[in-house]
Unconditional design. Structure first.
Ligand code: SF4
Length: 311
């Protein structure tokens, strides 16, 4: 019998049992749009095409918040997170209905915050952009912020077509990709994230989006240990990434959204990433490459995504 892989090992460490063998896929009748609340309240709506996220990141805050995902999708102590996914029935028809009703006109949409938008099937994301491209200008949102660590570049041409044909009144970008990069260490990605793309693919995705002149913000979250932080940042800057948002792991207290078992694991295995001194040193590195005015830490970084930052 082969030994467990890196993700299985971390999962066993956190939950004291083996991970589920397979991901269970089902369907949900839930709507695709919800009024924003909590830390996402700077947007008018959040959008999700799925309930649950196959990414299965062990640091993900979603399974520790009962408001963010149903109990059956989270499982006891978050142990089924990443293994229960419900795709929304008639998702594109529901989205079209909201467009036609004028619900989205000049509104801001965060896609998504509780499941990675690009973990959804390609046919769904493609249909969503085709629907937006066909919508009259007056129905279109002011801004759609895509929060992802998957491959939005598969829709790069459609995103670019939509962006070129859409001019928000506030002068900001109609589409903004907030691309999550927590580390360049493939060993950590494999140990902490069940099914997300490796770092090199994420960089390729960002490069492709920038080649289409799409607005990209690099979101260093949650900020882990890096092999070559300066090199990665210099590359992002050279590609024209607009700015950096950054979220450190917090050991405890308000704003410590990482599940407690994962924080305990970090304290044992990677205590530096919880250390405020180490964090400030790394913040200084990020600022030295992008400039302090292009590095937003914590909530201001998130709030900026809804605004009119020029790309
Ligand atoms: S991809 Fe995002 S939403 Fe999905 S599990 Fe990972 S952190 Fe959570």
């Amino acid at each position: 019998m082969s030994s467990p892989g890196p993700y299985d090992q971390t999962y066993r460490h956190l939950f004291r049992m083996a991970p589920p063998d397979t991901v269970q896929y089902g369907e949900s009748d839930a709507d695709v749009l919800s009024p924003s609340r909590g830390f996402m309240a700077g947007f008018d709506y959040t959008m999700q095409l799925q309930v649950g996220c196959p990414g299965g990141c062990l640091f993900c805050y979603v399974p520790s918040g009962p408001r963010f995902a149903p109990a059956a999708v989270r499982g006891p102590n978050g142990s089924r997170w990443g293994f229960e996914v419900r795709t929304k029935r008639n998702a594109i028809a529901k989205f079209q209905h909201h467009l036609e009703a004028g619900d989205l006109a000049d509104r801001t949409v965060y896609w998504s915050g509780v499941t990675d938008p690009y973990a959804a099937p390609p046919v769904m994301t493609r249909a969503l952009w085709e629907t937006l491209c066909a919508a009259p200008a007056a129905w279109r949102p002011r801004r759609i912020a895509i929060q992802t660590r998957f491959r939005p570049d598969r829709d790069a041409d459609l995103l670019a077509r939509y962006a070129r044909a859409t001019t928000p009144a506030d002068g900001g970008p109609p589409v903004l990709v907030s691309y999550s990069l927590g580390t360049d260490r493939e060993d950590l990605i494999r140990a902490w994230e069940r099914a997300t793309p490796p770092f090199r693919q994420r960089m390729a995705a960002i490069q492709r989006l920038r080649e289409r002149e799409l607005c990209v913000v690099a979101t260093l979250s949650p900020f882990g240990s890096w092999h070559d932080l300066c090199g990665a940042l210099a590359q992002l800057d050279a590609w024209g990434v607009a700015y950096i948002t950054l979220l450190f792991f917090k050991a405890a207290g308000p704003g410590a959204t990482t599940p407690a078992p994962f924080r305990a694991y970090l304290a044992e295995a990677y205590p530096e990433v919880l250390d405020p001194t180490w964090q400030q040193e790394h913040l200084a590195i990020v600022q030295s490459v992008f400039g302090p005015e292009r590095v937003l830490v914590g909530r201001p970084g998130f709030a900026s995504l809804a605004g009119a930052w020029r790309c």
